[in-house]
Design a binder for this molecule. Structure first.
Ligand code: FAD
Length: 388
C-alpha cells in the first residue's frame, strides 16, 4: 500500500491485481521518476516512455483481446492512480493511448477494428491520439463541432481543424470526430497520420503537463477508406459513452496527482527544519497534511464506487461527471497546499509538488471542465439541461 491510501482501499483488490500494481510502482520509480523533471523543464516527451508503458502492460487491460488476466475497473483505476502519483504527463499519455484511443475502439469499434488495433495499441507498436476538441469548439463539442465528414464512394473525406490533441505530435493514428455532412451526426474515424492532407503542429509555451505533447491538427481533404469509420460511432451519444469511462479514469488520475503531491510534501516537511524542529511537528502543517489526506481518501472512495458501477453496468454519464469534477477540485486544493508546505522550494520542480501543482491545472480543465461536468450532473438531478 502507498502512504496516501490511508484507509487501505487497495486491500479489496485481488492478489494478482495488487502484485501487478506493485510491479508497476517499481517500474515507474526505476524508469520514469528519474527522467520526468528534466523533460518537463524542456517541454519534451521522453522517447523511452511508450516502450516502458508497453512493457508495464497498462494499455488494454480492459479488453479480452489484450488483458493478461481478468480484472476489475477499480484495479484499472488504480493503475491510473499509480502512474499519476509519479508523473501526471506519463499518466495523461496512457489516458490518451488507453482510455481515449483504445477506449474509442473498444466501445465503438467493429470486431475487425478491435482485432486490428487493440493489440497494436497495447504493445506500443502504434501510438494513438484522440481528436475531438477544435479551435472554436471545446465545451460545446456535442453541438459545435465544425470538422466535416463527406462520404465519397467507398471513402470518407474529412475537412477541419482540431486543437489540444494529446500525443498527436508523434501519433501513428488519430481518432478524428467529425460531423457527417448528410445527417449532421458526429462520427468517429481512424485516421493514419501519414494520410495526405493531415498536419499536426506542436502547441508551445504550455505551463502545465509540459512533458506530454499536444498538437493543433489540420485536415484538408483527408481521404480514408469507408472501413476506417468506427462501426458503432454514429452520434455524439456514442462519443459520450467513451468519455463516460475516461472521465472516471481521469478522476483516478487526479487522485493520484494529489497523492504524489501530498507524499512529496510529507517527506519535505519531515526533513525541513525551522525554529529548531521539523516543520511537520507544527500544528498548522499537520492541519494541512490532514486536509490533503482527507481529500485523497474521500476521492479514492468516490473513484472506487464509480468503477464498481462500471463493472455492474450501472455507471451513467452523471456518475463519472461528478467524480471527475469533485476529485479534480479536491486535487487542486491538495496540490496547492502541498506546494505551500514546501515554501520557496515548492515552486521548483526538484521537490515534486511544484510539477504536480502546475500539471493539475490542465487536468482540472481537460475531459470536461468542472462547469461542464456539473451541468451534466445538474441535468440528471433536475431534468433541465442548462448548457445553453
Ligand atoms: P471553453 O469551452 O472555451 O471554456 C472556457 C471556460 O468557459 C471554461 O471554464 C468552461 O467551463 C466555461 N464554459 C463554457 N460553456 C459554459 C457554460 N454553458 N456554462 C458555464 N461555463 C461555461 N481534447 C481532445 O479532443 N483530445 C485531447 O487529447 C485533449 N487533450 C487535452 C490536453 C490538455 C493539456 C488540455 C488543456 C486540453 C485537452 N483537450 C483535448 C481539450 C479539452 O478537453 C478542452 O480544453 C476542454 O474540454 C475545454 O474546452 P476549451 O478549452 O475550448 O474551453
Amino acid at each position: 500500500p502507498v502512504p496516501s491510501d490511508f484507509y487501505d482501499y487497495a486491500l479489496a483488490l485481488t492478489d494478482r491485481e495488487r502484485e501487478f500494481l506493485g510491479e508497476l510502482r517499481s517500474t515507474l520509480d526505476r524508469e520514469v521518476a528519474p527522467i520526468v523533471d528534466d523533460h518537463w523543464d524542456r517541454a519534451e516527451f521522453p522517447a523511452a516512455v511508450p516502450g516502458i508503458i508497453a512493457r508495464a502492460g497498462v494499455v488494454g487491460l480492459g479488453y479480452p483481446e489484450t488483458r493478461p488476466f481478468e480484472n476489475s475497473a477499480t484495479f484499472r483505476g488504480w493503475t491510473a492512480f499509480e502512474l499519476a502519483r509519479v508523473d501526471a504527463s506519463t499518466a495523461t499519455y496512457v489516458g490518451v493511448q488507453n482510455g481515449l484511443v483504445a477506449g474509442s475502439i473498444g466501445v465503438c469499434g467493429s470486431e475487425a477494428q478491435r482485432a486490428e488495433w487493440l493489440p497494436k495499441l497495447a504493445s506500443g507498436e502504434v501510438v494513438g491520439a484522440f481528436g475531438l476538441t477544435e479551435p472554436l469548439s471545446g465545451s460545446d463539442s456535442a453541438k459545435g463541432l465544425r470538422t466535416t465528414a463527406r462520404r465519397d464512394g467507398d471513402e470518407w473525406v474529412l475537412n477541419g481543424s482540431k486543437r489540444w490533441i494529446g500525443n498527436a505530435t508523434f501519433s501513428d493514428m488519430t481518432i478524428i470526430w467529425a460531423k457527417d455532412e448528410v445527417d449532421g451526426q458526429v462520427k468517429g474515424f481512424i485516421v493514419p497520420t501519414s494520410t495526405p492532407g493531415y498536419t499536426a503542429t506542436k502547441i508551445e509555451h504550455k505551463m502545465a503537463l509540459r512533458m506530454v505533447q499536444n498538437a493543433d491538427i489540420t485536415l484538408e481533404d483527408v481521404r480514408v477508406p469507408a472501413s476506417s469509420k468506427l462501426e458503432h460511432a454514429n452520434s455524439f451519444k456514442d462519443t459520450s459513452s467513451v468519455l463516460r469511462q475516461t472521465r472516471a479514469e481521469v478522476a483516478w488520475l487526479a487522485a493520484g496527482v494529489a497523492a504524489g503531491a501530498y507524499e512529496a510534501a510529507l517527506r519535505y516537511t519531515t526533513e525541513r527544519i525551522q525554529f529548531g524542529r521539523p516543520i511537520a511537528a507544527t500544528q498548522l502543517v499537520q492541519h494541512h497534511l490532514a486536509t490533503c489526506l482527507g481529500n485523497i481518501t474521500a476521492s479514492i472512495g468516490m473513484c472506487v464506487r464509480v468503477s464498481e458501477m462500471l463493472d455492474a453496468g450501472e455507471q451513467r454519464d452523471e456518475h463519472s461527471a461528478l467524480a471527475k469534477a469533485f476529485v479534480t477540485s479536491r486535487m487542486r486544493e491538495t496540490v496547492a497546499l502541498a506546494r505551500e508546505m514546501c515554501g520557496g522550494n515548492g515552486i521548483v520542480t526538484d521537490y515534486g509538488p511544484g510539477r504536480f501543482f502546475a500539471d493539475a491545472e490542465a487536468i482540472y480543465s481537460y475531459e470536461g471542465t468542472r462547469e461542464m461536468n456539473h451541468l451534466i450532473v445538474g441535468r440528471a438531478v433536475t431534468g433541465h439541461a442548462a448548457f445553453v
